[in-house]
Design a protein around this ligand. Structure first.
Ligand SMILES: Nc1nc2c(ncn2[C@@H]2O[C@H](COP(=O)(O)OP(=O)(O)OP(=O)(O)O)[C@@H](O)[C@H]2O)c(=O)[nH]1
Ligand SMILES: [Zn+2]
Length: 297
């Protein structure tokens, strides 16, 4: 008798997929059909599994994905926790807007965590906090300390949601993941069905339980490429521009030199941040040139 079940791939080890079902973590191998179809299951996938008479488990189908992002690949990402350091490397609004634009384009919501605040002085920190206030006003949740992340994240991660960290190299992603992991009593029991027992292999990305969902244990993004974005669609990925654009005179307004542009009017009134607009222009250039700008090299 073949038993069927389904679950989420939470880990990948040397060709085996660990699937979290409603009751267990089951180590499965993918049926050959995936190799033929070139559809390799990845962590985050919702999958169907079968367990045969001998107790061997197979991953037999990948359910449709909501998205597929990151390196290593992660499917069905619900939310990004973007780590921005106050210093070392210095806080950068250009970088922040690049990341926000990228994930807005990918259709994945972002929360922001300001790291390394202990390495800065009160004055610098106040400046950064005031700047981030604007991002909160346009709709991004901001965490200002590791403590705040630790106490809020478990409530913020909803049922079956998959969150992953992003941010530039050295921002403090691994440090945050480790501190969150250490605060938990991780359940590590895997039902291996005699497959792959005792083998030690390097894991790629794994999901660990946090709140009602999961957090990926490996940050997915440090470098991002915005050049595939269509230049005339960039305006849609600046969320407050998009909201304002309803009131621009022209429907296709790019907020450049068009008359009666609401975005420009709001900048004049101080309602839309000038630096966001400047970064919008920078990103337009970057897309136009089709390569990374000098300031990022
Ligand atoms: N003082 C202080 N140091 C921190 C903090 N967070 C991270 N660091 C240090 O900053 C350095 C980089 O942190 P990581 O966590 O490795 O950064 P990362 O974002 O994972 O970097 P990559 O692996 O290169 O992408 C390490 O030496 C950490 O110890 C913090 O909040 N305060
Ligand atoms: Zn406009």
């Amino acid at each position: 008798m073949i038993k069927e079940d389904q679950g989420i791939v939470i880990g990948l080890i040397a060709g085996y997929y660990d699937v979290q079902t409603s009751t267990d973590i089951i180590r499965t191998r993918a049926r050959g059909v995936f190799r033929k179809n070139n559809l390799k299951p990845v962590v985050g996938d919702h999958v169907k599994i079968q367990i045969d008479d001998q107790g061997t488990s197979y991953l037999v189908a990948v359910l449709p994905r909501k998205n597929l992002i990151g390196r290593p690949a992660l499917a069905n990402v619900t939310q990004i926790l973007l780590v921005m350091s106050a210093v070392q490397p210095d806080f950068s609004l250009q970088l922040l807007d690049r990341f926000l634009t990228f994930f807005s384009w990918k259709g994945v919501p972002v929360s922001i965590f300001l790291s390394k605040t202990d390495l800065t002085n009160r004055l610098e920190l106040t400046k950064i906090e005031e700047t981030l206030q604007y991002y909160q006003e346009i709709g991004y949740k901001v965490y200002y300390s590791q403590k705040e992340v630790a106490s809020n994240l478990p409530n913020d991660i909803g049922s079956e949601q998959i969150w992953t960290l992003a941010g530039q190299s050295g921002a403090g992603k691994s440090t945050l993941i480790n501190s969150l992991k250490n605060g938990l009593n991780q359940e590590t029991g895997v039902i291996s069905n005699s497959l792959n027992r005792g083998k030690h292999t390097t894991r790629t990305v794994n999901l660990f339980h946090l709140g009602k969902g999961y957090l990926a244990d490996t940050p997915g993004f440090s470098a991002i490429d915005l050049t595939p974005i269509k230049i005339n669609e960039l305006r849609n990925y600046f969320i407050e521009f998009k909201r304002a654009s309803k009131y621009c005179k022209f429907r296709g307004c790019q907020h450049l030199n068009e008359p009666k542009c609401e975005v420009k009017a709001l900048i004049k009134k101080g309602k839309i941040s000038k630096s966001r607009y400047d970064n919008y222009l920078l990103l337009r250039k970057e897309i136009e040139n089709g390569k990374l700008p000098e300031y990022l090299k």
